[in-house]
Design a binder for this molecule. Structure first.
Ligand code: NDP
Length: 293
């Protein structure tokens, strides 16, 4: 069994970012990312903190904007418009989920598609469907695809089963992997909560992707011998033996299935680090497009 170490692969992405950064610097540009955090959800705060830290490490301009949970939809739109107009900002990410009274769709619609480095604006999702390389694909699915490519795992002609159909992960990854080219050309099945005999569907997978949000949901009955397993899930579970009383686990029961896999991602240290790396890569690319490089 090969462990697909997202943390290591992310370093390769950062090395490319550094090259891109220096080219931009020579041309008089500094890539800038703005991350908007509404409210004080601890998990969202932690994600925003690591994005901000990574930006600074890479020498990028980083703006972290925090607003109270009771911000109005109109004020959020005003904030997004200011960032759209800000010449120093090349990427805008509104951290999800937003508080219940706010519409995520309306907020995303306000982001300039050229700065939508999270790839969730309809223009970028349309470009993803059309395989137009000028768009931005959502960071988690592109991170999954990049991991497969960097690990030398063939996707062409393979049966890929993705459990989960969210726009953020499952649906977008399906579009990427059914497309043409490296890390793609796959025969893709998307399963969800209404899928009949999920375990049998999953056992058809040469590459099984879990993006469900249920700890240890995928077990031995879902995984055929020699499969590649990508675990997108991030779930916090109680663990009295852990320092914080809890720990992060994936959607896959790693200990149960690892032995039968050709390759598998760990949680943490798998897809998570790749998501942040792809966000940085998208921001650099956005700046390069602005600079005409
Ligand atoms: P969503 O809740 O939006 O989607 C979950 C999907 O799982 C839905 O399509 C749902 O089906 C499906 N599902 C739920 N229960 C079952 C079931 N019993 N059988 C089959 N399918 C089921 O979650 P996200 O896509 O946003 O996230 C999924 C996981 O990935 C979460 O753990 C999240 O924390 C993690 N994540 C990790 C990231 C990273 O960087 N590593 C980034 C983003 C997310 P239905 O549509 O029918 O309800």
């Amino acid at each position: 069994m090969k462990l697909i170490e997202g943390k290591k692969i992310a370093e390769a992405v950062y090395a490319e970012c550094v090259v891109g950064f220096h080219e931009l610097k020579a041309a008089g540009y500094q890539p800038g990312l703005a991350v908007v955090l509404i409210g004080d959800d601890p998990a969202s705060k932690a994600y925003v903190g690591s994005k901000d830290r990574k930006c600074r490490e890479l020498g990028m301009h980083s703006v972290k904007i925090e607003r109270p949970a009771d911000i109005s939809q109109e004020d959020l739109h005003v904030l997004i418009e200011e960032l759209n107009q800000d010449e120093k900002i090349h990427g805008i990410l509104v951290q999800m989920p937003l508080p219940d009274h706010l519409s995520e769709e309306e907020a995303i619609l306000r982001i300039d598609p050229a700065k939508d480095v999270d790839g969730l604006h309809p223009t970028n999702l349309g470009k993803l469907a059309m395989e137009d390389p000028t768009g931005f694909a959502p960071c988690t699915p592109s991170g999954c695809q990049r991991m497969l490519i960097e690990s030398g795992l063939e996707t062409s002609g393979k049966n890929v089963v993705i459990v989960g159909r969210s726009l953020l992960v499952g649906k977008s990854l399906a579009l990427l992997m059914m497309g043409k080219g490296a890390g793609a050309d796959a025969t893709v099945t998307v399963a969800h909560s209404r899928t009949k005999d999920l375990a049998a569907v999953c056992r058809e997978a040469d590459i099984l992707v879990a993006a469900i949000g249920r700890p240890h949901f995928i077990g031995t009955e879902h995984v055929k011998d020699g499969a590649v397993v990508i675990d997108v899930g991030i779930n916090r579970i109680d663990d009295p033996t852990a320092k914080r009383g809890s720990r992060l686990v994936g959607d896959v029961d790693f200990d149960a299935v690892a032995d039968r896999c050709e390759a598998i991602t760990p949680v943490p240290g798998g897809v998570g680090p790749m998501t942040i790396a792809m966000l940085m890569a998208n921001t650099i690319r956005s700046c390069r497009m602005k600079a005409g490089l």
